[in-house]
Design a protein around this ligand. Structure first.
Ligand code: CU1
Length: 180
């Protein structure tokens, strides 16, 4: 029966439970608040230190609470992310949607969640450091680029060190990160 707790105490308990539930929901809300930030002309790549704006093609960024790391290419960001010491970080990864950007001037208005993007590898398009991975929000746009330029479409989960090392095997893409 309901005689164990007086009515006022029961009301308090209900309120307390509601508060606890709200508190549990908060970390997720904070993570979602880590939105993309615009690139500045003087921004340097977190990995190679080069000025990001000097290169064509999509860029990447890793946004965490109070810090943003920017990368000269999607491949550089993914290479950084694949390092075990970076995997535990609570970061949100963003890349340019090239379906809504000119290749030479990726538009910061169209930075998208890197984990749900489609990536085209193996085109002859020019990018910055590492293999060129053209990123798209829309699968159809990625498939169209792949059929036009050659290449294959990959999801975020399919990109590993082997994909990123393609750069070293292709003529004109001799760049390789030693020890990164
Ligand atoms: Cu770089």
């Amino acid at each position: 029966m309901n005689t164990i707790y007086p009515r006022a105490t029961r009301t308090l308990l209900v309120l307390l439970c509601a508060l606890l539930l709200t508190a549990c929901g908060e970390p997720e809300q904070q993570a979602q608040a880590l939105g993309p930030v615009a690139f500045h002309p003087s921004d340097e790549c977190h990995v190679c230190g080069m000025v990001i704006a000097d290169f064509p093609g999509p860029k990447g960024e890793a946004v965490e609470k109070g810090a943003v790391k920017k990368f000269c290419s999607t491949a550089e960001m993914l290479g950084w992310w694949l390092q075990p010491e970076n995997r535990h970080l609570q970061v949100k990864l963003y890349v340019h949607d090239m379906g809504r950007s000119a290749w030479d001037k990726p538009d910061d208005e169209h930075l998208i969640d890197a984990t749900s993007a489609y990536y085209v590898a193996g085109t002859q398009l020019k990018g910055a450091m590492g293999v060129v991975l053209a990123s798209f929000a829309d699968e159809q746009a990625a498939l169209e680029l792949a059929s036009r330029e050659g290449g294959r479409v990959l999801r975020f989960e399919e990109i590993d060190q082997a994909v990123l090392q393609l750069a070293a095997d292709m003529p004109g893409h001799g760049y390789q990160h030693a020890g990164h």
